[in-house]
Design a protein around this ligand. Sequence first.
Ligand code: AKG
Length: 272
Amino acid sequence: MQLTPEQIDAYRRDGFLVFPDLVAPAEVAVLRDEVERLWDVEAEGTVREGARRAPKSMFRLHEADGANASAPFRALSRSPRVLGVAQQLLGADDLYLHHSKVNVKAAIEGSVWPWHQDFGAWNLDGIERPDMATYMVMLDDATELSGCLYMLPGSHRWGRTEAYLDTSTAYRLWSVRHDELIRRMRESPPPVAVTGRAGTCAIFHCNLMHASGHNLSMGDRWQAYFCFNTCANRPVDVANPRPDYVRSRNWAPMQPMPDAAVLAAAAPVLAD
Ligand SMILES: O=C(O)CCC(=O)C(=O)O
């Protein structure tokens, strides 16, 4: 998938792009089956929350091995729509995934993701340059009520803002000091709600300020994320590195797969 010069300009200006309905309903169905298959798997890379103990995040879907390995998610991450777009925006062919995940924001119980820049954590992981971007795929309709993402347009141009560890939710997150955030937001265009139908995608710069609210709706809000880095920007060694599922040590360049590989990777339906 070739981005237009206008899309590339918009990414540089705003720090994100949205692609409505990019993943077909049949592919979304395959990916949703995968989330259901992995739901009860007790994996190191699954963080749960709420009375239902629903996954807040299921990590490491894109690798060929491991408890949460998923062939359809692996194929999607390597498709021209995903890997190809990341290659164009990061200006490099050799990319790897720092991590992948599905965030299941469960009906009523799925909680907030405070305002943050992804690079706040990834810089602490030992990655030196903000040559990174996150690709998001909606696996069901995302609304403001169900806790869609919000982006603060242009905030990636602030550079990295000092982060603190917010421990208020099931997934500890490097967030932004509230006084600093309010000061910056007063000078910024208003946040954009990234709503859309299942299959809508977005890509955003690793310094883009983003957040999402509690899911107040009666339905879950499932979204997949692929966090790309250039192989040349792989992390340097740090003391006490985070686990592999969130700070990958597989720095081999990803090999592209065709778009059709997502459906081809679906588990076969067995006859009675
Ligand atoms: O899934 C969400 O609502 C937010 C996820 C997010 O911001 C992140 O993983 O960095």
